[in-house]
Ligand binder design. Sequence first.
Ligand code: ZN
Length: 199
Amino acid sequence: MEIILMDGSFYKNRTFHASEAGDPYPKRPRNETRVPVPSAVTSAPLADTLAALERATGHPPKPNGQGWISRCPAHDDHTPSLSVSVGHTGQVLLHCHAGCDYPSIVAALGIAPSPPANRREIVATYTYRDAAGVEIRQKIRYAPKDFRIRHRGEAGEWIYKAGPGPAVLYRLPELRQAIAEGATVFVVEGEKDCDRRAA
Ligand SMILES: [Zn+2]
């Protein structure tokens, strides 16, 4: 069984209070800014993960919304606080709402961590431009196969949404030029076919 883990720790950048000393799972004070809670991503099949959770906690995970809710194997959990869901590329995501970090969850489940070799990579970027050639947004393709739309925020950062720009056809400037020249326009299924046809 393999497991892949994402960054993030509840305990990072967090102020501990003297009264919490010795408490491995201190409560977050009400006035404290919420920090990201860690998630664990496992490449073990869902059924194996659910079975491991039941073995470790003595309670079967229950369906909940789009996923499952389980007692967390990494702390003394009487109210199920571990969310189990399936990510975009089929990986199993584990998230303890009490803030357990992933090494604890992994250790309790008996799933060995593996290097992050199976993380998805961007394998193609398709730029959508307006008639003047200004980029409106990008569609990116990942391996394993998955797609995302993103646009630039004001500071130039990527925001993974279509953004406020107009809906534009792929290769719009080229399309307008082709129409102006009376050239033949082919309509094909996807961006990859467009680029291949145009090449
Ligand atoms: Zn926990």
